[in-house]
Design a protein around this ligand. Structure first.
Ligand code: OXD
Ligand code: MN
Length: 608
């Protein structure tokens, strides 16, 4: 589609669009008053037209095609750089359904707040209608949505992150249920008013209406605030759908692992934001005979298949990865994924027209244009790329993408891992005694805060199931739902094993005890040897630990002392953890399931 065509198809609806979609689009257009409406078809011609337009408007800079073909750099407004959890609302009818960890607002009150903000908010802009499927087109596990947005950057990002366009739209019939997502940057243009490269508004609302399956997002164009298919739909709204329909929508990567005997396993793993999920999803094994392939790096939808086993799909079609720390050493697979066709946001620009960020390479360029568009040298004393800068790229470009990543039936999950970023106490790996203990492990994840959301980096925060910012209902009910799913799986005799890991434990000198990255394959090896019944484990107050010598450290430079410290359990510290967990559970009152309380009592009993 050419730019001329883009602006000449105003208010023309493609043939065959169900009334439920057209009437909704008309209603939102009447409220937001865009100058034009474009129905996105998901074609390459459309991407070409959008990117040309955004280069002309200054939103995107085209990178040097010699190094980074068909790739672009976007610089956001410096005030619009991360998810805004304090402005994220769950507007359920009953405040107890949102629970104490979500910002709740009465739906009617939120609508009366939002209506005046959205009134005329797209004036002078184009409204893009973005139909999408979360999950492979037509899979019974997939769900459909339509986002309207006045940001072409967001429309393009949705094109990478979802199966977007005419095919998804054609799956919406008159009776199909689909999620309505409304997004406006909240920066209407008066006639003749010049635009800015990254329009946004200091007032921000990311509002979810779980009962009506709606998302209304105002004021931000950044990541999860604006690419509504991701956190807003695939986690917050989907977690509510999943609770009602008997499945799970989780903040988890999915990988396929093959052992030297040729047995294939699939693992889902939850880690808080910016704790290396993308690195683990693309891990290159350092141990002979073990291979790891990628299915997803951020979100898993899982449910009991007709075979009674837990099956998972990655509902996304792309990666929205944290750039800093992604490099040739830490994640060569990601570096090879982003060879081209990639949108980079808030990274630094090299003088040769390519991009750079902290941790990409050991060699630091002598001069860059930083994420704010300012000259930068290593002496500048500030990061060149924003700590939450990102790359947006199609999953199919990933060299380690697994051949079953789009299996419409989903892949069978053999093990579930919970992780966090903990400098102390939590061992490198520990296995849950059973599903209930695993649910307790998930419920008690805590992690040091990262740059993926606002807040003080490094501060310890509770992040149950790594879902604290993403669960669309009461967190304690989420634990109850997990227990119910486990009970269902038990009836078919196929319950995945659950493990907790911590790559981030530090020694007394403040340095990491474990090398991490590719070496994490050694931990996966132990986990899967457990699943395969090949190795025994020893009980401890907090769960099952590897027997002495069972973790494969061949050829690894980790001292005996460090290894001992990686697994050390300080009972006093753990009594403290138990006390703090009790306080945390108390914030949910009666809603904490008895089985979860029982696990806390068991921990205390075992600690003596
Ligand atoms: C993400 C996040 O972008 O968790 O995936 O913040
Ligand atoms: Mn995430």
């Amino acid at each position: 589609m050419s730019i001329a065509e883009l602006t000449s198809i105003d208010f023309i609806t493609p043939d065959g669009v169900p009334e439920s979609v057209t009437s909704w689009v008309t209603e939102i257009a009447a409220l937001t008053m865009p100058d034009h409406i474009v129905w996105c078809d998901g074609s390459q011609a459309e991407v070409d037209a959008f990117t040309h337009m955004m280069v002309a408007s200054g939103t995107l800079t085209r990178l040097n095609a010699e190094y980074r073909p068909y790739s672009f750099l976007a610089r956001s407004d410096p005030k619009d750089v991360a998810r805004v959890e304090s402005r994220t609302f769950i507007c359920s009818e009953d405040p107890d359904d949102a629970g104490p960890t979500n910002n709740w607002c009465d739906p009617a009150e939120m609508r009366s707040t939002l209506d005046p903000l959205f009134l005329g908010s797209m004036r002078g802009r184009t409204m893009y209608v973005v139909p999408f499927s979360m999950g492979p087109l037509g899979s019974p596990l997939s769900r459909l949505g339509v986002q309207v947005t006045d940001s072409p950057y967001v429309a393009c990002s949705m094109g990478i992150m979802t199966r977007m366009g005419s095919q998804a739209l054609s799956l919406i019939g008159e009776d199909t249920k689909w999620v309505r997502a409304i997004h406006s940057v909240g920066a209407p243009l008066q006639a003749g008013q010049a635009d800015v490269p990254w329009p946004s508004n200091d007032t921000k609302y990311i509002s979810h209406f779980p009962e009506t399956r709606e998302i209304w997002s105002f004021g931000s164009a950044y990541g999860g605030n604006a690419i509504l298919a991701k956190k807003a739909f695939a986690l917050r709204i989907a977690s509510v759908m999943a609770r009602e329909e008997g499945w799970l929508a989780e903040h988890m990567l999915i990988i396929k692992i093959t052992n030297p005997r040729g047995r294939v396993f699939h693992v889902a793993a939850a880690f808080p934001s910016a704790c290396g999920k993308t690195n683990l999803a693309m891990l290159q094994s350092t141990i002979p005979g073990w291979t790891v392939e990628t299915i997803g790096d951020d979100i898993a939808w899982m449910g009991r298949g007709t075979d009674g086993r837990l099956r998972a799909i990655n509902p996304e079609a792309g990666f929205f990865g944290v750039a800093p720390g992604t490099g040739w050493k830490s994640n060569p697979t990601a570096m090879n994924t982003i060879w081209g066709n990639t949108i980079f946001t808030n990274v630094a620009l090299r003088d040769d027209g390519d991009i750079w960020w902290e941790g990409m390479s050991d060699a630091v360029p002598r001069h860059l244009i930083d994420w704010e568009g300012k000259d930068w040298t290593p002496e500048s004393g500030r990061p060149a790329a924003h700590p939450n800068s990102r790359f947006t790229v199609a999953a199919k470009q990933c060299p380690s993408i697994s051949d079953d990543w789009e299996d419409p039936k989903g892949v069978v999950i053999d093990a579930i891992i919970f992780g966090g970023r903990r400098a102390t106490n939590v061992p490198l790996v520990v296995e849950a005694r059973d599903w209930e203990h695993g649910v307790y492990m998930g419920a008690t994840i805590s992690s040091e805060r990262t740059a993926a959301a606002e807040g003080t980096v490094g501060e310890l925060r509770r992040d149950p199931f790594a879902m604290m910012p993403f669960v669309g209902y009461n967190m304690a009910d989420h634990w109850a739902h997990w227990l119910k799913i486990g009970a269902g799986l038990r009836t078919s005799g196929s319950v995945p094993r659950i493990f907790q890991v911590n790559w981030f434990r530090k020694g007394s000198d403040g340095s990491f005890l474990w090398p991490g990255f590719g070496e994490n394959s050694r931990v996966l090896e132990w986990i899967l040897e457990r699943v395969d019944g090949q190795v025994a484990a020893k009980d401890s107050p907090i769960g099952l630990l590897p027997l002495e010598g069972a973790l494969n450290v061949d050829g690894l430079d980790v001292s005996e002392d460090d290894l001992a410290e990686l697994f050390a359990i300080d009972k006093d510290q753990w009594r403290g953890e138990a006390d703090s967990t009790e306080e945390f559970f108390a914030t949910f009152g009666e809603r904490v399931p008895a089985a979860v309380h029982k696990q806390l009592a068991l921990l205390r009993e075992k600690l003596g």
